[in-house]
Design a protein. Structure first.
Length: 494
């Protein structure tokens, strides 16, 4: 039987009462909450089993975007010839047919070195976060935490003992894990999930990506740029089925132009290793063979074994923790933040949920989370960034909304850089002309979305956005130009 240790807290009646907060999960929702609570004078314990920073830093967001950063460099060579730059050897020559001639990858990649850099950066980021928490006075406990029926926190420690922590407030920020298909279980060698791709030491010659959502699209585009021949298997009629249709159309066209094989309306039934090959069987009986397969078929919340039901925490049908706009769960004194809530699977949202939870729990003034102000980005090439109300989440074709889409190839700076694919799309409310949303498809769309996010947040009109000076020439000039045309009622240029 495991030995149980009770964490000691000493209380002096002459001292002010200190709120004791225990946070389970060290990702963005957890560590940002810990920093806020500590600065507000609370006694904070952060429990994390895998490492400070959580999956976002160690196996998800930071590693994937680091890998994609290398892929972006490779993609930039696509317009080299047009810009008058000579680069040696195509990916087809470098990898023995690993990518078609004319593809975006035009030089070799040392994937072992790339992945070592990925892991090093993730580890360094985790260390930085840990140091910041330490300086703030947060106690970091390595172990797996769970609630007790009386809403305290038990932690399984690495030495096999169990520690019990008293808590006035608990925050659950346990994140998600890759969804697995029983007929295509990852083995870490040929059949992979998104956590395992960073263990590869050689570039997959033929990669099959199952799943065309954000994760699937990002990895498919990245590995194609690095030199793999990629087949993208999509159960829906297009890539990025949950995103702006115009943006998805541009991205799929670019994927196909670069040589990617995109199989639409093709649901994978199984993936089986046959020696050094993998065969993916589709539900209609067709098969696709490759050297590796990446399963990107969604995620599941990490709610098992947390004692939630016994503590009175309500879960949704999908298994996520239900929260209100200030991150409260159904159990008094218990909050939740991040992907485990299923609100929006974004690190920025997780961090904001965690901060809001602590402000609310500690009696500070707080604004409930407003998802209409959240900007997001898909790190493909080109990137896809969105904010506010768009044709995905608003009735844009109703009398209440106007929209305008300006093609990126009309921008002088884009012409100079050799960018041809993408657009800026703005949405405004009829009558007031207030900017309510936007979509940007472009290189570094994650940067270009910011002025639109500010316009949405500050309730600016399209006329106000149009009247702000922009640098000439610049990609951001397209934001102002789209606003001018939207204000004037000009029809889209297709």
């Amino acid at each position: 039987m495991k030995e149980t240790l009770r964490a000691a807290y000493f209380f002096d009646e002459t001292m002010a009462v200190v709120t004791r907060i225990v946070i389970i999960g060290g990702g963005p929702g957890g560590y940002e909450a810990a920093l806020v609570a500590s600065r507000l004078g609370a006694d904070v314990v952060l429990v994390e089993a895998e490492g400070v920073g959580g999956a976002s830093v160690l196996t998800d967001c930071v590693p994937s975007k680091t890998l994609i950063a290398t892929a972006d460099v490779m993609t930039s060579f696509e317009s080299a010839e047009e810009l008058g730059i000579r680069v040696g050897g195509s990916a087809h020559q470098q990898h023995g047919g690993g990518a078609p001639a004319g593809g975006s990858c035009v030089t070799g990649v040392n994937l072992d070195k790339v992945n070592r850099r990925v892991k090093d950066l993730a580890s360094a980021q985790s260390v930085d976060i840990g140091e910041a928490l330490g300086k703030a006075g947060v106690q970091i406990v390595a172990g797996a935490g769970r609630l007790t029926p009386d809403r305290q926190v038990e932690v399984d420690l690495p030495d096999g003992t169990v520690a019990l922590y008293h808590a006035d407030v608990i925050l659950l920020a346990t994140g998600v894990r890759p969804r697995e298909v029983p007929e295509a279980m990852p083995d870490g060698e040929r059949i992979l999930n998104w956590k395992q791709v960073y263990n590869l030491t050689e570039l997959p010659p033929e990669l099959i990506v199952v799943g065309s959502g954000v994760t699937g699209a990002e990895f498919a585009g990245a590995f194609q740029a690095l030199g793999s021949t990629v087949t993208l298997v999509s159960s829906r009629d297009r890539v990025l089925p949950g995103e702006d249709a115009d943006a998805a159309e541009v991205l799929e066209r670019v994927f196909r132009r670069r040589g990617m094989r995109v199989l639409s309306r093709s649901r994978a039934a199984s993936a089986v290793r046959e020696g050094d090959r993998v065969v993916v069987t589709l539900e209609d009986g067709r098969t696709v063979a490759g050297s590796h397969v990446l399963m990107a078929v969604g995620s599941l919340p990490n709610t098992e074994g947390l004692g939630l039901e016994e503590a009175g925490v309500t879960l949704s049908k999908s298994g996520h923790i239900e929260v209100d706009r200030v991150s409260r769960t159904s159990a008094p004194g218990v909050y939740a933040a991040g992907d485990v809530t299923g609100v929006l699977l974004l690190a920025s949202v997780a961090a904001m949920q965690g901060r809001i939870a602590m402000y609310h729990a500690l009696g500070e003034a707080v604004w409930p989370i407003n998802l209409k102000r959240v900007s997001s980005n898909i790190f493909t090439s080109p990137e896809v960034a969105t904010v506010g109300q768009t044709n995905v989440n608003a009735h844009h074709d109703s009398p209440g909304f106007n929209e305008y889409k300006l093609a990126l190839d009309s921008n002088p700076r884009a012409k100079m850089l050799g960018f041809k694919d993408g657009f800026v799309k703005l949405f405004s409310r009829k009558g007031s002309d207030t900017v309510v949303g936007g979509v940007v498809v472009a290189p570094r769309a994650s940067e270009l979305i910011h002025p639109i996010t500010m316009a949405v947040d500050l309730h600016l009109t399209v006329d106000q956005v149009a009247s702000v000076f922009t640098v000439y020439p610049s990609l951001s000039g397209s934001v102002a130009e789209a606003a001018r045309r939207l204000h004037a009622g000009v029809k889209d240029e297709d």
